[in-house]
Design a protein around this ligand. Structure first.
Ligand SMILES: C[S@@+](CC[C@H](N)C(=O)[O-])C[C@H]1O[C@@H](n2cnc3c(N)ncnc32)[C@H](O)[C@@H]1O
Length: 376
């Protein structure tokens, strides 16, 4: 099997060929080897759980994961030895490259990164922007400590702060750029407050229904920032905004008391395409979709509000044109989703790039095309 230098060169070539690496970023990608930042134990999905792959057991398998076109799971359940939930990862290389390009950062600028994780993204930033220009905040003390050490050993002078990235890092503010590598539903106003007027803040933004959209904000002098959706990215949520995890076995109760109806709106039409599921997420809060597969073409779309205990299920059978719906609880979740679909349709089915988000020191709101067209 090829060694790390060759695997890295091949990965960077693939990124370049796909057009993911923006001007000025090729050299950092050539120089900063991803495997140096990946811990010796990583995790891969196997059926419904995550299993470890240890470098010491199988160096080739580990190295292959380090240089695949995919994210690498580096921590589960906040550091537990076995787990179900990904709590840290090295992001997908194409997403990293696209986000660094979208950040529009130039050598000499100062950058605040939220979510240090492995430190790979921070190293790429430091390689391009220069020594001492990057501050990175990581909430998990073990991850922060490891990234601090690995960055130092690799020769990058990055300040790694252990703490809640939602607060930014006031001692080093103002920054020219802020880049979040964990998603938020509510965008912290501190990121605007700690960025120079005219600076940019790049944020993976999620709703309970849809994860997620990349928003590129421009900061104005009054602590407000406005931005549009510029990409389609899915990141884990920051620790404090994870909300409730849905467990069907726990959250779907009282099946016998469900209200029954049917619909001819296909489940794919509300969830299958990025533009529509993004729009539905803007309209239907506290609603998490889960698809449960039963066999070829047979599946259930669950909509669950774990806060109120409401749920809906829509069952899809291959070839069917009408689908049975069952709903329980104070909310008619399927109805809300179908209404949101109708609303999006009546608006002319706007694509993701037409939505914008404004964040003020004490509010956040979504608009279509122009800030005056605010949606409720
Ligand atoms: C997708 S990973 C980041 C990947 C990282 N940039 C890299 O290059 O490896 C998201 C990280 O955000 C961290 N995180 C979650 N909530 C946070 C918070 N409130 N403040 C700072 N970091 C947070 C997680 O612990 C995790 O390490």
């Amino acid at each position: 099997m090829a060694g790390p230098a060759e695997l890295s060169a091949r990965l960077v070539e693939r990124l370049a060929e796909a057009g993911d690496i923006g001007p000025g970023w090729r050299e950092p990608f050539d120089t900063v080897l991803r495997h140096r930042f990946i811990p010796d134990t990583v995790w891969v999905p196997e059926q419904d759980r995550l299993v470890p792959v240890r470098r010491g057991d199988d160096e080739d398998a580990w190295l292959e994961l380090c240089y695949a076109d995919d994210y690498v799971i580096t921590q589960v359940d906040d550091g537990a030895l076995s787990g179900h939930e990904v709590t840290s990862s090295a992001s997908r290389p194409d997403v990293v490259a696209q986000m660094l390009t979208a950040l529009q950062a130039e050598p000499g600028m100062s950058v605040l990164e939220i979510g240090t994780g492995t430190g790979w993204n921070a190293a790429l930033l430091a390689e391009r922007l220069g020594s001492g220009r990057v501050v990175s905040v990581e909430v998990d003390p073990a991850l922060a400590g490891r990234a601090r050490r690995v960055l130092r050993e690799a020769g990058h002078r990055v300040t790694v702060v252990t703490g809640d990235g939602a607060l930014g890092h006031r001692p080093a503010a103002p920054f020219d750029r802020v880049i979040a590598t964990a998603a938020v539903k509510r965008v912290p106003p501190a990121w605007a407050a700690q960025t120079r007027p005219g600076g940019r803040v790049l944020v993976p933004w999620a709703t309970d229904f849809h994860n997620g959209a990349l928003v590129s904000f421009l900061v104005s002098g009054d602590g407000t920032m406005r931005g549009r959706i510029v990409g389609n990215v899915a990141f884990m949520l920051v620790r404090e905004q994870r909300g409730k995890r849905v467990l069907l076995a726990r959250d779907v109760r009282h099946e016998a008391q469900a209200r029954e109806s049917s619909t001819c709106l296909h489940p794919y039409d509300v969830l299958g395409e990025y533009d529509v599921s993004l729009a539905i997420g803007l309209k239907v809060p506290r609603c998490k979709p889960i698809v449960e597969h039963h066999g070829p073409g047979a599946y259930t779309l669950w909509l669950v509000d774990p806060w109120s205990g409401s749920w809906a299920r829509l069952d899809h059978e291959p070839g069917a044109e009408r689908f049975p719906v069952r709903q329980y609880g104070e909310r008619d979740l399927w109805q809300e989703v179908a209404d949101a679909h109708r609303w999006w349709d009546a608006l002319g089915r706007p694509a993701a790039g037409r939505w914008g988000l404004t964040v003020t020191p004490d509010d956040q709101y979504v608009w279509l095309d122009a800030e005056e067209q605010r949606i409720g």
